[in-house]
Design a protein around this ligand. Sequence first.
Ligand SMILES: [Zn+2]
Length: 87
Amino acid sequence: MCSAAGLVNDGSRKMDGSLQDNPRRRFLVADHINPHKGDAYKFYLGKLQTLCPDHHDIVKQAEERRGFVCDAGEDGWPTDPMHPANR
Ligand SMILES: [Zn+2]
């Protein structure tokens, strides 16, 4: 998510690019691309991606709760087919 926003982040930065001032958040998270929701098979065998703690704890988990992503295309319209504007 950081790299999609043009930011190279090894865990030393917040998602806005500023330096991470909380030493307990200077790491990258192994995030399950598809939520495992307690399913052991999905937990152990699901695909992973690395995210900074901000993107994992704030953005990704909010997307999972909502069930859709709020990213917009160049025309400003939401790109996720699950977004309410596309249903
Ligand atoms: Zn990030």
